[in-house]
Design a binder for this molecule. Structure first.
Ligand code: GCO
Ligand code: MG
Length: 443
C-alpha cells in the first residue's frame, strides 16, 4: 500500500472516529435545563427596596426584576431599626452593581456584592445583600418551576414545628397567655414576665430623679427579673406539666455571671432552650457556661459575621443557632451555617420575630423543611393586612408553619397595597435601657 494511501486511510479513520465521538457526546449531553432553554441568560434589570408596615413594623423587601417580562424575585432586607439605610444601600449601590449580571449565578453575585464594599459583615449591607440573595433564589425556583425547598434537596419533614410567645405582667397573666397558645396547638412556648428583663418590676429609677439621660429612657434592674423568672418556670411547669416545651429569652439583659446563675437555676425545669444569655461581645463566656450546666442554649439573632457564629458552633458551646437570615446576608449564607452546624450537633432555631417580612419567614421555613438538623422555628401571627399585602404568606396550623407549593418562596407583594401602609411616625431606634444609676445595659 502506497504511503500516501496509508495516511489517507488513517485520516478518514480518525475523521470517522471523531465524528462518531462527537455524535456520542451530543447524545449524552443532557438537554439544556428549562432555566436556560430557549432564552438568553437571564439578566438582572433592576434591584429596588420596597418599604411597608402592614403590622406597624418597618419591613423592607427587595424586588429583583429581570430581562424576562414578569419574572421577578422577592427577598427580605428587614432591619427595623435602620430601614432607610438599607434602602439607600440597595438603591445607590446594589442596583447599579447588579444590572446586566446573570441572575442564575447566585453564589457569584453574593460573593462579588459582599466584597464590593470592601468593608463587610455589617447589619445594613448584609440586609441589603440578603434581599438580593433571597430574591435570586425566588427567581431560580420560579424558573425551575419548584418551591425553593426542592432546590435545597426536598423535605425532611411535613411542616415546620414552631414556638410562639407568651408573656404577662404577673404569673396569672402569663398562665392565661400560655393556655391560649396551647389551645392553638403550640407545643413549644417562650415564657417571659413582661418585656425582656421584666422592666415593669424595677422601681426607683434614680437616674431620672437626677436628670441623667432622657425621660423616655427605660429603667431595668436585674434582681427583680432574676427572682421572678425561675418562679415563672415553676408556676408554668406546675400548671401545664412536663410535656410542654418551655423557652426563654434573657436577651443579653443581665451581667454574664448573672446569666450563668440563671441558666443553672432554670436547668431543673428542663427548658427547651434559653436564648441570648450573653451579648455577642461576650461570646467567650459560653465556654464557662458549658462548664457549669447543661441547660440547652440558643444564640445568634444579633450575629452579622462568621467570626461570631463559627467558634460557638465548632466548640459545641451552643445547642441552637438562631441567626436572623437577613442580618447574615441571606439564604446562601444561612444554608452554609446549617451545614456547619449539622457536623457539630447544633440545630437551627432561626430568628422569626415580627420584624421579619413574610418573605423572610417563608425563606426560614423553606430552609427549615430541607435541613436535617432542624430544631425549632420562631413564629409570629400575621394580621389580615399582612396577608393582603403579601399574598401566599406562610400559614400556621396546630403549631406548624406551612408554606405553599408555588414556585420560589410562593410569596408575592402587592405594591399598591403596600404603599397604603407607610412606616409609623415613631422613633425606629431601640430606646436606651439603664440601671438605677443610669448605666446603660444591652437592650
Ligand atoms: C426574639 C428577639 C426579638 C428582637 C427584635 C429586635 O427572640 O424574637 O429577641 O424580639 O428583640 O427582633 O428588633
Ligand atoms: Mg431573642
Amino acid at each position: 500500500m502506497k504511503t500516501r494511501d496509508f495516511f489517507k486511510c488513517l485520516l478518514w479513520g480518525a475523521a470517522g472516529g471523531a465524528s462518531g465521538l462527537m455524535k456520542a457526546r451530543a447524545q449524552n449531553t443532557p438537554a439544556p435545563s428549562p432555566a436556560a432553554k430557549g432564552s438568553a441568560p437571564l439578566k438582572i434589570t433592576k434591584v429596588r427596596a420596597i418599604l411597608t408596615a402592614p403590622q406597624n413594623i418597618r419591613l423592607a423587601v427587595v424586588k429583583v426584576e429581570t430581562s424576562e417580562p414578569g419574572l421577578y424575585g422577592l427577598g427580605c432586607a428587614t432591619f427595623q431599626q435602620r430601614p432607610l439605610a438599607v434602602e439607600t444601600a440597595v438603591k445607590e449601590y446594589l442596583d447599579d452593581f447588579c444590572r446586566g449580571r446573570d441572575a442564575d449565578n447566585i453564589e457569584d453575585i453574593w460573593q462579588t456584592a459582599y466584597t464590593s464594599s470592601y468593608w463587610r459583615n455589617g447589619p445594613v449591607l448584609n440586609n441589603a445583600l440578603s434581599g438580593l440573595d433571597m430574591a435570586l433564589w425566588d427567581i431560580k425556583g420560579k424558573r425551575a418551576g419548584m418551591p425553593v425547598y426542592q432546590l435545597l434537596g426536598g423535605k425532611c419533614r411535613f411542616a415546620v414545628d414552631c414556638y410562639t410567645h407568651s408573656s404577662g405582667r404577673d404569673l396569672k397573666e402569663l398562665e392565661d397567655s400560655v393556655a391560649r397558645n396551647r389551645e392553638q396547638g403550640f407545643r413549644h412556648i417562650r415564657i417571659q414576665v413582661g418585656g425582656y428583663g421584666s422592666p415593669h418590676m424595677s422601681s426607683d429609677p434614680h437616674f431620672k430623679e437626677a436628670g441623667f439621660g432622657r425621660a423616655d429612657d427605660t429603667h431595668q434592674d436585674s434582681r427583680p427579673y432574676l427572682r421572678i423568672t425561675p418562679k415563672a418556670f415553676e408556676h408554668i411547669r406546675n400548671k401545664f406539666g412536663d410535656d410542654l416545651e418551655l423557652l426563654h429569652d434573657i436577651h443579653e439583659r443581665v451581667e454574664p455571671i448573672e446569666a450563668i446563675n440563671l441558666c443553672k437555676e432554670l436547668e431543673k425545669y428542663r427548658p427547651f432552650f434559653i436564648e441570648d444569655p450573653f451579648p455577642p461581645e461576650q461570646n467567650n463566656y459560653f465556654k464557662i457556661l458549658r462548664q457549669q450546666c447543661s441547660t440547652p442554649i440558643a444564640m445568634g439573632e444579633l450575629f452579622n459575621s462568621p467570626h461570631e457564629w463559627t467558634g460557638l458552633i465548632t466548640e459545641r458551646w451552643i445547642d441552637f443557632i438562631r441567626v436572623h437570615l437577613s442580618q447574615v446576608g441571606g439564604l446562601s449564607v444561612a444554608r452554609k451555617i446549617a451545614v456547619l452546624s449539622e457536623w457539630f450537633g447544633v440545630r437551627s432555631a432561626w430568628h422569626g420575630p415580627g420584624d421579619v417580612s413574610p418573605v423572610g419567614h417563608a425563606c426560614n421555613a423553606h430552609l427549615d423543611l430541607a435541613i436535617h438538623n432542624f430544631g425549632i422555628q420562631e413564629a409570629v401571627r400575621f394580621n389580615q393586612a399582612m396577608h393582603d399585602v403579601f399574598p401566599g404568606s406562610p400559614t400556621m396550623k396546630n403549631g406548624y408553619m406551612h408554606v405553599n407549593e408555588a414556585p420560589g418562596f410562593g410569596v408575592d407583594l402587592n405594591e399598591e397595597l403596600a404603599a397604603k401602609f407607610p412606616y409609623p411616625n415613631t422613633p425606629a431606634y431601640w430606646r436606651p435601657v439603664r440601671k438605677k444609676d443610669g448605666t446603660s445595659i444591652r437592650p
